[in-house]
Design a protein around this ligand. Structure first.
Ligand code: KG4
Ligand code: ZN
Length: 380
């Protein structure tokens, strides 16, 4: 079954053709990062306008790269929630029109589900280190990894291609620019939120800390890059005290701000956007490394607690833009991660999520009445 997946929930215009929820026949992503680097963040109206310009060429290229005609496409899938209103509108209106025009069933997919399902796509990039080997290798770091390694099992169905797939029940750690959640999945297409952030998402925290340090947008990759030359133990940053499996990241951002102010000897009233002028290159790198280490530790602590609470868990999958983070990948060696290029927003994960919805018996949406939901939970 070939599905055309369309994604426009934030600042990436993306389309892909995926066969049977796993094999990527094409994957085209046009990012607006260059536009928003200048502003230091996404401007919703500009994002929508850019989607409008890019969407049809992106879909055409996805079809051409996959060497597909419309006759070859079995269904169209599109992100309808959550995200920026204008951005969601462009993607869904395009998908609705194409579904009517070419008489294809249309599936409306939740963005966080799509991020999770990036873990079911064939990981051609990491082919040299098959997950099968990674899983049986005991980790030398952290306690989450060895505990998972013991639990990993796989049914014969999951060995059907070269790549091992996550087993149920599983925990999904969703770490993106808008969300930080731990999801419990009993089976395909069943999502229960067991932990969520009370304030900022972890990706948002990377972006805000990068701004304080004068590093370019998006903050995640630039913090990770600066951290490579930094001393992660130079600045001690606090771990928030949050009950249960929930998170809080706004305190960590403020802790970085206060520590920077103290380090450069200015009062707390000093404007945060001017601090970068007072920091040396080495201080920036040391702050980036110390922050990244703390953020990763916080995520891992909660994941460990979740694994203690749910001893039946067979796999952990990590999803969302922050899953590209190498430090996180290093610490959670035994967890499933999408191929690095599939960590961020893309159309392939939308097609994969729709495939498993279809397998779970979900019916197509009426293209004439499909709605968008800028803020809606993955449980709905
Ligand atoms: O999933 P995503 O592409 O968009 C949303 O759905 O939000 O996530 C974007 C977030 C941004 O906050 C970005 O800074 C972060 O993912 N990110 C990273 C890395 N690459 C992207 N955070 C940490 N390390 C990275 N390497
Ligand atoms: Zn996303």
């Amino acid at each position: 079954m070939k599905i055309l997946g369309i994604e426009t929930s934030c600042d990436e215009t993306a389309a892909a053709v995926v066969e049977d929820g796993r094999r990527i026949l094409s994957n085209v992503v046009v990012s607006q990062i260059d536009i928003f680097a200048e502003y230091g963040g996404v401007i919703p109206e500009v994002a929508a306008r850019s989607h409008l310009e890019a969407i049809l060429p992106v879909i055409d290229k996805a079809m051409a790269d996959a060497e597909c005609s419309w006759d070859d496409i079995d269904a169209i899938a599109v992100t309808h929630a959550p995200g920026l209103l204008g951005s969601l509108l462009i993607g869904t209106l395009t998908a609705r029109t194409l579904a009517v025009l070419h008489d294809k069933p249309l599936y409306a997919v939740h963005h966080l589900k799509s991020h999770v399902y990036a873990n079911w796509l064939d990981d051609m990039e990491s082919k040299n280190t098959p997950l099968r080997n990674a899983l049986s290798r005991p980790s030398s770091r952290g306690s989450v990894a060895p505990c998972l390694a013991r639990r990993q099992t796989c049914s014969s169905e999951e060995y059907s291609s070269d790549f091992i797939r996550p087993s149920f029940p599983l925990l999904a750690l969703v770490v993106s620019g808008g969300h930080t959640q731990i999801l419990y999945m009993r089976a395909h297409n069943q999502f229960e939120i067991i932990g969520t952030t009370h304030d900022d998402a972890v990706g948002e925290c990377f972006d805000k800390v990068a701004k304080i340090l004068g590093l370019p947008y998006p903050g995640g990759p630039s913090i990770a890059k600066a951290a490579r030359s930094g001393d992660a133990d130079r600045y001690k940053l606090p771990h928030p005290k949050v009950e249960g499996l929930d998170f809080s990241f706004s305190g960590l951002k403020t802790a970085v701000l206060r520590t920077v102010q103290k380090e450069v000897g200015v009062p707390i009233s000093y404007p945060s956007h001017k601090l970068k002028e007072l920091l040396t290159q080495q201080q920036v790198c040391d702050f980036a490394a110390s922050f990244q280490k703390t953020a990763v530790e916080i995520l891992c602590e909660k994941l460990e607690e979740a694994l203690d609470r749910y001893p039946e868990i067979q796999s952990v999958v990590v999803a969302g833009g922050v899953s590209a983070n190498k430090e996180l990948r290093e610490v959670l060696k035994e967890a499933f991660f999408p191929a690095p290029s599939l960590s961020g927003d893309n159309g392939a994960m939308v097609a994969a999520a729709a495939y498993y919805e279809i397998q779970s018996g979900v019916k197509p949406t009426d293209p004439y009445s499909l709605n968008i939901y800028p803020r809606v939970s993955v449980e709905k």
